[in-house]
Design a protein around this ligand. Structure first.
Ligand code: 3PG
Ligand code: MG
Length: 396
């Protein structure tokens, strides 16, 4: 999939509206993880280097058309200045005369950040009039917000019908990496699934099953599969209504010659935030009063061996409650396997959301080929869906 890219001629001396995703986690009003901001550095430096007037626009949270002070993008300014190594001016709105004036005032080498797009309810309605207002001071649109590309909003969709539009470097890289693993993966292709819910992963399994060599299932979602096979899972997560899907999936895998591996042992406990007393038990014999909160060491060894041999790995969903050190070893152990595959030349991609948070928290973000900035967007991309923020940029 090739996306339309800009050249120096497209942007030199032009007013460029860049849709970024600064929807970052906050703690006490401060950015607690700036990964998403840093991910736009290449696009920003390329545009500044080519003498464009660069204006950044994003959403933050879900203010639903209201001006909520805690969701002002102002709190991202100092991080953005550090990361982009440039002065970042701020405009208290994203449309109207104040934006016009701020763009006019912008000096060479400086950036301008606009206020939260979602302070206007028209943004999420993909309203064409609002898109026209957004576009008014600009000559060119650059879409770099991969993680918002599954949203058909005015700044990710309608605006592309108004301005000449191009993909930024982050969007390009995300699409390249996620296409490599989901469209034409080199085999062995190992799909690692975890996280709490089976329902989140159904689309990915349906789209990728036939391309995979092995599917490894851990995290809370594994217990629905284990119970469907007759295991005693105690108080572990169980999605009754997904039991049939689990059975069908295991049956389809058998017919397609795809190996499905479930945990053979788990680290069990009585609560997510317990500080001691965890117990390693067989995955099919979890005591009635306990629940599985991580995959156990035998499972880690079994999974890691498959992963290390893989030429392609796609990982979505942590193996356990990694936020608690008692239940982080499974996710860490799988990360080691993924790192080994990367060292041996495999292409390894970690889907965004919780898995990206785990990669950062446990420090394996640098030992994989790519960590996606998108949660929902990376899942939908791997489900083979046409994403509204990407489709208009695809070169025929
Ligand atoms: C995300 O964090 O998933 C993106 O920024 C999109 O945000 P949304 O889920 O609120 O649309
Ligand atoms: Mg989301």
């Amino acid at each position: 999939m090739n996306l339309r890219r800009f050249t120096e001629r497209d942007v030199r001396g032009k007013n460029v509206f860049v849709r970024v995703d600064f929807n970052v986690p906050l703690k006490d009003g401060k950015v607690s993880d700036s990964t998403r901001i840093a991910a736009h550095a290449d696009t920003v430096s390329m545009l500044l280097g080519w003498g464009a007037k660069v204006v950044l626009a994003s959403h933050l949270g879900r203010p639903k058309g209201k001006r909520i002070p805690e969701m002002s993008l102002k709190c991202t300014l100092s991080e953005a200045e550090k990361i982009f190594n440039a002065r970042v001016n701020f405009c208290g709105d994203c449309i109207g005369t104040s934006v016009m004036a701020a763009v006019e005032d912008l000096k060479e080498g400086e950036l301008l950040l606009l206020e939260n797009l979602r302070f206007h309810e028209e943004e999420q309605k993909n309203d064409p009039d609002f898109a026209r207002k957004l576009a008014e001071p600009f000559d060119v649109f650059v879409m770099d917000a991969f993680s918002a590309s599954h949203r058909a909003d005015a700044s990710t969709s309608a605006i592309m019908e108004i301005l000449p539009s191009f993909a930024g470097s982050l969007l390009q890289k995300e699409v390249e990496m996620l296409s490599t693993v989901s469209e034409d993966p080199e085999r062995p292709f190992v799909l690692i699934l975890g996280g709490a819910k089976v329902s989140d992963k159904i689309g990915v399994v349906e789209h990728l099953m036939e391309k995979t060599t092995s599917i490894l299932i851990g995290g809370g979602m594994a217990f629905t599969f284990l119970k469907a096979n007759g295991a005693s899972i105690g108080r572990s997560l169980f999605e009754e209504e997904k039991k049939d899907f689990a059975l069908q999936m295991m049956d389809q895998a058998r017919r397609n010659g795809v190996e499905i591996l479930l945990p053979v042992d788990v680290v069990s406990g009585t609560s997510l935030d317990m500080t001691s007393g965890e117990l390693i038990v067989a995955a099919d014999a979890i005591p009635d009063d306990a629940m599985g909160l991580d995959i156990g060491p035998k499972t880690v060894a079994l999974f890691a061996e498959r992963i290390a041999d893989a030429k392609t790995v796609l990982w979505n969903g942590p193996m356990g409650v990694f936020e608690n050190a008692l239940f982080a070893a499974g996710t860490k152990g799988i990360a080691d396997g993924v790192a080994e595959s990367t060292r041996r030349g495999g292409v390894t991609v970690v889907g965004g959301g919780d898995t990206a948070a785990a990669a950062k928290a446990l420090g394996f973000d640098k030992s994989v080929s790519h960590v996606s900035t998108g949660g929902g967007a990376s899942l939908e991309f791997c489900e083979g869906k046409a994403l509204p923020g990407i489709v208009p940029l695809i070169e025929k």
